[in-house]
Design a protein around this ligand. Structure first.
Ligand SMILES: N[C@@H](CCC(=O)N[C@@H](CS)C(=O)NCC(=O)O)C(=O)O
Length: 107
């Protein structure tokens, strides 16, 4: 089962939303990123930069919200949340995914 480490009012909403759309069971672990003891050593083992969102899927952990979203679309293709690899429509999907991280966020 996927575990999502998240914080309120953060980029975690992206992964949370996608996991809800996928509709499969998952676990949530709330991280107090504004707390005095953040980042706690146990969280740094999962997310070395101490950031959310991060997901854990068995032996794999994935940080960076865009990468988390892409990972989830591929992990659960039956949810049909992205054009599959090889589909020309995937070009626009990738364009806007990278645009959000590379252009919108820095601005
Ligand atoms: N580029 C990363 C940014 C992650 C990020 O900065 N997350 C913030 C919350 S929106 C965070 O975890 N801040 C806590 C900290 O930096 O210690 C992503 O898109 O996931």
């Amino acid at each position: 089962m996927i575990t999502l480490y998240y914080a309120t009012q953060s980029r975690s909403i992206r992964a949370l939303w996608m996991l809800e759309e996928i509709g499969r069971p998952y676990e949530r672990v709330k991280v107090d990123i504004r707390g005095r003891d953040h980042p706690r050593p146990d969280f740094l083992k999962v997310s070395p930069l101490g950031k959310v969102p991060v997901i854990v899927d068995g032996e794999t952990s994935v940080a960076e919200s865009g990468a988390v979203l892409l990972y989830l679309t591929e992990r659960f293709p039956e949810a049909r949340l992205a054009p599959p690899p090889g589909d020309p429509a995937r070009g626009r999907f990738l364009q806007w995914l990278f645009f959000a991280a590379g252009v919108i966020e820095p601005a």
